[in-house]
Design a binder for this molecule. Structure first.
Ligand SMILES: [Zn+2]
Length: 246
């Protein structure tokens, strides 16, 4: 394996590793996104449930009022029947007053029931709107979750093919150089190999000494940037426009 070929392998290895890091970052974002989607649905469901609970409580109160009214009506009917049997004016007046009070109570409970009925109608409309929102949220979530599953499968596929390519490239570089590459990559934010163009290292954007530029064009040695220590090469040394004279 010539030095140029090794540099070429390192160059591609670097591209594979960058792609791998990107895939990993995208894959790691998936559970976060999934949690966000679930939380969005939960918020919509909670809003809908809260209004449902309010409506149920209003309906309960209404039923209890209706029972009260029915019971009071029975009482009034019974009392009215009894009025005919009463002999003394005092008793008659007393019972009449009771009947009056019961009727007024029923009237005012009836007014309250009307208010509750209006509230229940309003709530039913609001629940309908919230239900629509919830349905929308749920179907949107369903769609997005399916998309995420598909993407996860793609990530697995891409990772497998990158792994295979990486293993193949690694065989083209001797273990010591591969180790050097790994060490620099760890210390230099994932970038171990970088081009020099226009006399500047693209890893750290610093000028390299002119003497070194000449060495790089010859490509007889593996060189490191004097500033960032990354393995550097000039593109024309790795992919010459015309085949180099042997
Ligand atoms: Zn550099």
């Amino acid at each position: 394996m010539s030095l140029r070929e090794k540099l070429k392998a390192l160059e591609e290895l670097q591209l594979v590793d960058i792609a791998m890091t990107e895939v990993r970052a995208e894959a790691e974002a998936v559970p976060r996104r999934r949690a966000e989607i679930d939380a969005g649905v939960a918020v919509a469901r909670k809003a809908w449930q809260a209004e449902q609970d309010r409506l149920a409580s209003i309906e309960r109160e209404k039923r209890s009022q209706e029972q009260t009214i029915a019971a009071e009506r029975d009482k009034v009917k019974k009392w009215e029947g009894r009025l005919a049997e009463i002999r003394t004016p005092r008793e008659y007046a007393a019972l009449s007053r009771e009947i009056d009070i019961a009727r007024k109570t029923n009237e005012s409970v009836g007014e309250q029931t009307k208010v509750l009925t209006a509230q229940a109608e309003e709530l039913a409309l609001s629940i309908e709107a919230l239900q629509e929102k919830l349905d929308e949220k749920e179907s949107g979530a369903q769609e997005e979750l399916e998309g995420l599953l598909k993407r996860e499968a793609e990530f697995v596929e891409r990772t497998a093919s990158l792994d295979a390519r990486r293993a193949e490239l690694a065989t083209r570089v001797e273990p010591a150089l591969l180790q050097r590459y790994e060490n620099i990559r760890k210390r230099r934010g994932g970038i171990a190999v970088t081009q020099v163009t226009g006399g500047t290292c693209r890893g750290c954007n610093r000028q390299i000494p002119p003497q070194m530029a000449i060495v790089l064009v010859r490509a007889n040695t593996i060189e490191n940037c004097p500033n960032c220590n990354r393995i550097i090469y000039v593109p024309e040394a790795v992919s010459p426009a015309s085949p180099p004279a042997a």
